[in-house]
Each structure stands twice: as structure tokens, then as C-alpha cells.
Write a protein that binds this ligand. Structure first.
Ligand SMILES: [Zn+2]
Length: 261
């Protein structure tokens, strides 16, 4: 599932390929991904405009058009962007295709149709209206501490709660807790300041490393839990067995020997 690092990679990809090119037309092949905007309205708003700049808030990518409206892309469980000139390869999961005047196309690819595409007037209101917390890349320690200490749920669910911190999902929450030696079910407000500091630093490290490795699991360090997400795989730190654990209905992984507290 695309989390902060993946969406940050999509942002950089979009910035490097598709800014400032005039959009001739927009093909909307599946309206299920549209939220609060009709097919015709979206096509009319985008026609003859171009993407001027982008902004990422948590797992959302927003692209500003030259009419000052923002196109918001959320990728759901499976989604990415594809910029191409021509291809023989048909991809039936291209749900929306922006056709540029220069002959190139930008496709919003979404396999399981759990993504959302909408039009947003401004990013700050969008974050407020959707109860999005501070982005995990931007949050400072004092704010992080305050937000975690207000919560009585399991720390893993707290990290994944987009109202608390925006951008972290199942896989990176597991990774941050693994590297901080914290059990996923630990009550959030029971974690002491030292451990919070460790967790904060690990969160930043993990995000930066993931972005550097283009959010590609095959390029991630072997010392990461991320490369050992399987029941009874060997823990890279203690060589004990990695176990599956369900927290708030989501399956994840942890090492029972390393993550006791
Ligand atoms: Zn271990």
C-alpha cells in the first residue's frame, strides 16, 4: 500500500515529468475513483490547464492547476503514476489519463479501485477537513511527543492514525517499532520520553532511507524488518523468529524477543 515514501516518490516523478505541460484532454475510464466531482466537471476543470506544482500531505498527492485549483490523488491499496509517450502495452488499470499537448500521457493507475481523486480548493483546508495530522516528514519532536502522549490506544494504531501523524501505514509503522524495540501493542501514553525520542528519530531515518531507496522493498537494508516480513523468518538483530501480530484488525510483523517493552 502506498505510504508516505511511495507517494513522495510519485511526487518527485510527477515533478520531473509532467509539470507545465498543457493538458489537451482527460480520459476518465473509471468514475468509481472520483470523489465529490463528476466526470464532466473534472474534465472541464482540467482542459487546457497544466500542473504548476505539487504538494504531498501524508499519503495524498496534490497538484496545482493554473486556475489555482488542486487535483488530489490518493492511491488506496495499490496505485502509482505512469508517464509515457506511446506504448503497445495495454494497461487496463489506467483509470485516468491526462493527455498532454506534447504527445505524452500521465496515467493514474489504480488496480483495486480504492484510490480517490478529487478537486481541492486549497491544501490547508483539505488537511483540516480530512482531519489530517502533521506530515511525518515535517513534524517536530515536541509536537510528536504531545500527540502520542494524548493517546491511549496501541502505539502501532496511533502511528497509523492519520489524524495523529499523516503518512505512516502498516509496513512503516512495523519498521519504526521494530527499530525502536517497542511492542506494537504498547499503550501509546505509557511510552517514556527516551523511547519516544528513539521512535521519533527512527521514524525520520526509516522515511528518509525509504525515499532514498525509491520505496523499493528489494533495495531496503537487510537489517530492516521490512525485508523479513514473514512468519518465522530470522530477525536480523537477534536471529529469533519474526511473528505475525494483529493490531486493530491489521496484520503486521514484529520480533517478540527484540520488542518486549
Ligand atoms: Zn529480534
Amino acid at each position: 500500500m502506498p505510504e508516505l515514501p511511495d507517494v513522495e516518490i510519485y511526487k518527485r516523478y510527477m515533478d520531473s515529468k509532467s509539470l507545465k505541460h498543457k493538458i489537451k484532454s482527460t480520459e476518465i475510464k473509471e468514475t468509481k475513483v472520483l470523489e465529490g466531482v463528476s466526470k464532466k466537471k473534472l474534465q472541464d476543470l482540467i482542459k487546457d490547464k497544466s500542473f504548476q506544482k505539487t504538494k504531498r500531505i501524508g499519503k495524498n498527492l496534490l497538484a496545482m492547476l493554473d486556475n489555482n485549483l488542486w487535483l488530489r490523488l490518493h492511491f488506496g491499496m495499490t496505485g502509482y503514476l505512469e508517464y509515457y509517450k506511446e506504448t503497445n502495452e495495454e494497461n487496463s488499470h489506467r483509470r485516468i489519463i491526462f493527455n498532454f499537448e506534447n504527445g505524452y500521457h500521465l496515467a493514474y493507475v489504480n488496480t483495486r479501485l480504492l484510490g480517490k481523486v478529487s478537486i481541492v480548493k486549497n491544501p490547508d483546508d483539505f488537511a483540516k477537513n480530512n482531519d489530517l495530522g502533521i506530515d511525518a516528514m515535517d513534524i517536530k519532536f515536541e509536537e510528536f511527543k504531545k500527540r502520542i502522549q494524548e493517546r491511549k490506544g496501541a502505539i502501532k494504531s496511533t502511528l497509523m492514525n492519520q489524524e495523529v501523524i499523516a503518512g505512516i501505514g502498516n509496513i512503516y509503522a512495523d519498521e519504526i517499532l521494530y527499530q525502536s524495540n517497542i511492542h506494537p501493542k504498547t499503550t501509546a501514553n505509557k511510552i517514556n520520553e527516551d523511547k519516544l525520542k528513539t521512535m521519533f528519530n527512527k521514524m525520520k531515518d526509516v522515511i528518509n532511507t525509504a525515499i532514498e531507496k525509491e520505496a523499493d522493498p528489494n533495495k531496503m537494508p537487510r537489517s530492516y524488518l521490512l525485508t523479513h516480513r514473514k512468519e518465522n523468518e530470522k530477525c536480523p538483530k537477534c536471529k529469533g523468529n519474526v511473528k505475525k501480530i494483529k493490531v486493530s484488525g491489521r496484520n503486521g510483523y514484529y520480533c517478540p524477543s527484540c520488542q518486549k517493552g
